[in-house]
Design a protein around this ligand. Structure first.
Ligand code: S3P
Length: 178
């Protein structure tokens, strides 16, 4: 019997499709799905943007860290976990994310990211006029971080949601059975 926690955790930049793909994996496997941003919004009673504005980013990052600790202490199992794009940035979070289960990095090109996030103004870190430059800079900083935390990476730009979900399920099954 494996001692790994049997969860699938999706990490990746804003607009990578973490929420939609988590929902699809959850639908196929019939495992529940959780979204760390949604849990924080619910607990705080406001949106992530309001939280950034009223309490600041470090406060939000502390909440992300506490949430990871809680998920581990609950020994959460058979759950698909969609994470906020900045969650793995803190080194201590990367260790916690790894303990939670099989970690997948959803990789997306700069062009696709720009296309997807431009249509949505709910992200406090992407409100600048020079969005293209900001995305370029943040991706450069974060790609090595996602690469470090993930056991598996999948380039999502040219794949459908169901292709990505089934690719992840195949790899996760192999991972949990080995
Ligand atoms: C963030 C990503 C967001 C949200 C917050 C900060 C980030 O989540 O947690 O706005 O630092 O990349 P999504 O990746 O789900 O957009």
């Amino acid at each position: 019997m494996s001692d790994k926690l049997e969860n699938i955790i999706l990490v990746g930049f804003m607009g990578a499709g973490k929420s939609s793909i988590s929902k699809e994996i959850s639908r196929i496997l019939r495992f529940p799905y959780i979204d760390t941003d949604e849990i924080i919004e619910e607990a705080e009673g406001c949106s992530i943007s309001e939280l950034f504005q009223e309490k600041g980013e470090p406060y939000f990052r502390d909440l992300e860290h506490k949430l990871l600790q809680e998920l581990l202490s609950q020994k959460k199992e058979k759950t698909i976990i969609s994470t906020g794009g900045g969650m793995p940035v803190r080194e201590e979070n990367r260790a916690l994310i790894r303990q939670l289960g099989f970690v997948v990095w959803l990789k997306t090109s700069e062009e696709k990211t720009l296309e997807r996030v431009s249509a949505n103004d709910s992200r406090p870190l992407l409100t600048e006029d020079d969005l293209e430059e900001k995305i370029h800079r943040m991706l450069k900083e974060r790609e090595p971080i996602y690469e470090e935390v993930a056991q598996f990476e999948i380039e999502t730009s040219d794949l459908s949601i169901s292709e990505i979900a089934s690719g992840i399920i195949d790899c996760a099954s192999y991972y949990f059975s080995s």
